[in-house]
Ligand binder design. Structure first.
Ligand SMILES: CC(C)(COP(=O)(O)OP(=O)(O)OC[C@H]1O[C@@H](n2cnc3c(N)ncnc32)[C@H](O)[C@@H]1OP(=O)(O)O)[C@@H](O)C(=O)NCCC(=O)NCCS
Length: 163
């Protein structure tokens, strides 16, 4: 068994059987993720086990984004120009309900952070943004160092890369 991250491929990955317990997140993977990927709206990354590569264990979707400077905490704003802050948004994160609690959510989050750090070699990215669906999800992100934005408690950011 080896866990692998790859970009969603509708011909190889079984989207129909994915269930995480939140209908909106299941529905996104089944009906919209492929189209969003083709349209350049969001790219979905899936976590799979190479022993059973059709089965999606979890996914996250990423898009380019920006955040108003005033959304950052004062200490995170130091030395930044008075422009919108370049960002990557993790619009969705979900783990299959039979696989939750095994660290896969943490792995997907780490993958998104690694991608954001690697993008910094080609273009500026200062923060990874997430939109938590509720307070529990916000607490999950805070556990990994995400900070609440000033105006939307359920939008959180994580500074990425060296400052
Ligand atoms: C939230 C979710 C992605 C977490 O994935 P997971 O694989 O179950 O989480 P992990 O096993 O990686 O847990 C990592 C840590 O987060 C904590 N955690 C997990 N789910 C949490 C939640 N909903 N709220 C707060 N903390 C949570 C775990 O206790 C663990 O901490 P620990 O290592 O100190 O015990 C997953 O439960 C899920 O898909 N839930 C349904 C969809 C959802 O709520 N998505 C969030 C989108 S905003």
């Amino acid at each position: 068994m080896a866990l692998i991250f790859t970009v969603l491929d509708g011909r190889r990955h079984n989207r129909e059987d994915f269930t995480c317990g939140v209908a909106e997140l299941d529905d996104y993977l089944r009906r919209r993720a492929g189209q969003h990927q083709r349209d350049g709206i969001a790219t979905t990354h899936v976590l799979i086990d190479d022993a059973e590569p059709v089965r999606i264990l979890g996914y996250c979707s990423l898009s380019a984004a920006q955040l108003h400077l005033h959304e950052l905490r004062e200490d995170d704003r130091k030395r930044l120009p008075a422009y919108p802050v370049p960002a990557i948004r993790m619009g969705r994160l979900a783990v299959s309900n039979t696989k939750q609690g095994r660290g896969y959510g943490q792995l997907l989050l780490g993958h998104a952070v690694n991608l954001a750090v690697s993008v910094r070699q080609t273009m500026g990215v200062r923060v990874l943004i997430v939109d938590a669906k509720d307070e529990r999800a916000a607490a999950f992100y805070e556990g990994f160092g995400f900070r609440r934005t000033a105006s939307a408690a359920l939008t959180l950011y994580l500074p990425v890369g060296s400052s």
